[in-house]
Design a protein around this ligand. Structure first.
Ligand SMILES: Cc1cn([C@H]2C[C@H](O)[C@@H](COP(=O)(O)OP(=O)(O)O[C@H]3O[C@@H](C)C(=O)[C@@H](O)[C@H]3O)O2)c(=O)[nH]c1=O
Length: 187
């Protein structure tokens, strides 16, 4: 099955200078079952710790596969299954991505994406399989899914004005259809 949610850790080749890594290559990712062409690269900087961006997606026919990594600091990155009729609808998986661990999360079309920064001054880059289409912008409220965001009890995350008023999962009418891809725990 192509394009499952997947945690990927590309090999780092270390030497006396530091290390080298391929963060994306079409044949390597194809061997992992990821088959998409990326056409846009994004880069965001979040100043305060516990900045939360999400949960976001672009609606059909402008859905985006995303390959996310953190190049400064640490984030907790999440994918939520929002495919109508999916046996795992509304379920989520998440992983810590950091500049140090080099993990990347692949998030396919049909999943909402969000992250919270775990320290100040985090930078996140991600590749997308379609370009930005503001008319297809969609979102779900970060606290309506039951995601176990790793924040100290009582923390109110830093949110955009848009993300403060996203619909809850219960209010959400998903435009995505279930496509048979299972959502498995990350390994
Ligand atoms: C996403 C995006 C935003 N923008 C602009 C619109 C706006 O003025 C400004 C900030 O946009 P946002 O508030 O939507 O940025 P942000 O909240 O960081 O949105 C991102 O969140 C993560 C979780 C994702 O998965 C992304 O796909 C994207 O939705 O940047 C672009 O020009 N191109 C883009 O591709």
């Amino acid at each position: 099955m192509t394009n499952p949610v997947r945690l990927i850790t590309p090999k780092r080749f270390g030497d006396s200078r530091g290390w080298f890594t391929e963060v994306h290559s079409v044949p390597t990712f194809a061997a992992l079952g990821i088959d998409c062409i990326f056409v846009q690269d994004n880069h965001s900087y979040s100043a305060p710790a516990f900045t939360l961006r999400g949960l976001h997606f672009q609606t059909p026919s402008r859905g985006q596969d995303k390959l996310v990594r953190c190049i400064r600091g640490r984030i907790f990155d999440v994918a939520v299954d929002v495919r109508r009729g999916s046996p795992t609808y509304g379920q989520w998986v998440g992983a810590e991505l950091s500049a140090e661990n080099g993990h990347q999360l692949f998030i396919p079309i049909g999943f909402a994406h969000g992250f919270v920064t775990l320290e100040p001054d985090c930078e996140v880059t991600y590749k997308c399989s379609d370009t930005y289409a503001p008319q297809n912008d969609g979102g779900i409220r970060w606290d309506s899914i039951g995601i176990d965001w790793p924040m100290p009890v009582g923390t109110t995350p830093e949110l955009s004005e848009k993300d403060k008023v996203q619909p809850t999962l219960a209010e959400f009418d998903s435009p995505f259809a279930y496509d048979g891809r299972p959502l498995a725990p990350l390994s």
